[in-house]
Unconditional design. Structure first.
Lengths: 243, 187
């Protein structure tokens, strides 16, 4: 579904150029769920932005469903990406703080110019329910907790039913139980065989739970596949330690 | 409580496990590992020594019970006494050892290596990184923290994951430092 090949991207760093992606290649099949782990500023967002067509590589190619992005004319590429790819980022300080959740989510569907407002609102309600924040439908964005805001952004990405979902480093939540619920939601996004998910994360505990794990470090991408033998821990309790 | 003051890391956990329920040395050793996780595997004979010492001080008692396996020797089963919970409480409040355990065979090799060992060090770093990822991914499922039993499992799991992540960061730093050194040498 996604083929990334020989990707290179460098940014100026004083008088030299710093390669944040250096000959990065990987493929994801339809229905794959992969986590891209790397520390902050390791190039995760750059990689996602290139895959989403928001940035161009210095070298290399990105193919989605067999179509090479750079070979498509700009308007065709924009349409192609809009119909297949959604990328969600978590920057929450923009001028949209007073916008209502339903407007914020529905807007992502209405950009195609074909969906009516009523239909987009109905779809927004459905997708907000899917991510567990249906009660926020009429709330302004500024009233939401961090956990709710993350879920709303995911809803905004999911409303167009993308075949490829790119999730860019969800911020950590303060409460461990709330964090675990969000982990579960993110992982459940990969249970759809039609949807491919690439989750960038600087939290290894989140990234390691994805079926496929890629590690980005100093421009180099490594596949860190799971070993076949897994020792469960803690082991099931024995009869003697139930007291 | 002088016996509990010694730096052995096994006394407190062994007594706490006995307070949870009686067991023979192998069973106690297994339960210590089950509860505390990787790095806490200890041969039953070492645990047996702790149990014998605890018994001599009245912090544990033992009885001989027939083995469930035909033809095997009877098992010595240890149990907590009325003094054991207070000893566990004492252990919980003891100051921690002054030096945290940061030993690793990889860091020893790196520190004692010479320039000609750089290729071997790169290989060791790659190997170490994969081992750390594999170890951490054995503990990738969080436990619900709404019960104390779940909470203690989650704390043990998270301790493993965060330690593995910190070591992975060190591996990344060591690799980058070596590469930087090699680049400068070539220039």
């Amino acid at each position: 579904m996604l083929e990334v090949s020989g990707l290179r991207k460098a940014f100026p760093d004083g008088s030299r150029k710093l390669a944040v992606l250096d000959d990065v290649s990987f493929t994801l099949a339809a229905g794959d769920f992969a986590a891209l782990y790397g520390k902050r500023r390791s190039g995760k967002s750059t990689l996602l932005r290139i895959v989403a067509g928001l940035d161009v590589p210095d070298r290399g190619s990105v193919r989605i469903d067999g179509n090479e992005l750079t070979s498509l004319p700009a308007d065709q590429r924009a349409r192609f990406l809009r119909d297949r790819v959604a990328m969600t980022c978590f920057f929450f300080g923009g001028p949209d703080r007073n916008r209502l959740v339903r407007e914020h989510v529905a807007m992502a569907q209405r950009v195609d110019g074909r969906t009516t407002g009523r239909r987009a609102s109905r779809q927004a309600r459905e997708v907000l329910r899917d991510v567990g924040v249906q009660e926020c439908y009429e709330a302004p964005l500024r009233r939401l907790s961090l956990g709710e805001r993350i879920r709303v952004e995911l809803a905004r990405a999911l409303i167009r039913r993308p075949r490829l979902l790119l999730v860019d480093d969800p911020p950590p939540l303060h409460s461990p139980s709330e964090g675990n619920d969000l982990y579960e939601l993110l992982l459940s996004l990969g249970s759809n065989a039609e949807r491919t998910v690439l989750l960038a994360s600087s939290d290894f505990d989140l990234a390691q739970r994805a079926p496929r794990l890629l590690r980005l470090s100093a421009g180099d991408l490594r596949a860190m596949d799971r070993e076949a033998t897994v020792v469960p821990f803690p082991m099931p309790k024995t009869g003697t330690d139930q007291a | 409580m002088d016996w509990m003051r010694s730096p052995s890391v096994w006394k407190g956990p062994v007594l706490a496990i006995l307070v949870d329920g009686p067991g023979h040395p192998y069973d106690v050793s297994t339960r210590v590992w089950q509860r505390l996780g990787p790095g806490w595997r200890q041969p039953a004979k070492d645990i047996y020594r702790v149990l014998k010492e605890a018994e001599s001080l009245g912090l544990a008692s033992s009885t001989e019970q027939p083995s469930t396996t035909r033809g095997s020797k009877p098992l010595r089963v240890y149990a907590a006494t009325d003094k054991t919970p207070a000893a566990v409480e004492f252990w919980m409040g003891q100051p921690l050892p002054p030096e945290p355990d940061v030993r690793s065979s990889l860091t020893a090799r790196m520190i004692l290596s010479r320039e000609q060992h750089i290729p071997l060090m790169h290989r060791a770093l790659d190997e170490q990184e994969q081992l750390l990822v594999d170890c951490s991914r054995e503990h990738d499922k969080p436990f619900p923290t709404d019960t104390y039993s779940g909470l203690e499992k989650e704390l043990a799991r998270k301790a493993v994951v965060l330690q593995m992540t910190a070591w992975m960061d060190w591996v990344e730093f060591a690799r980058a430092t070596l590469e930087d050194f090699e680049t400068k040498r070539r220039a």
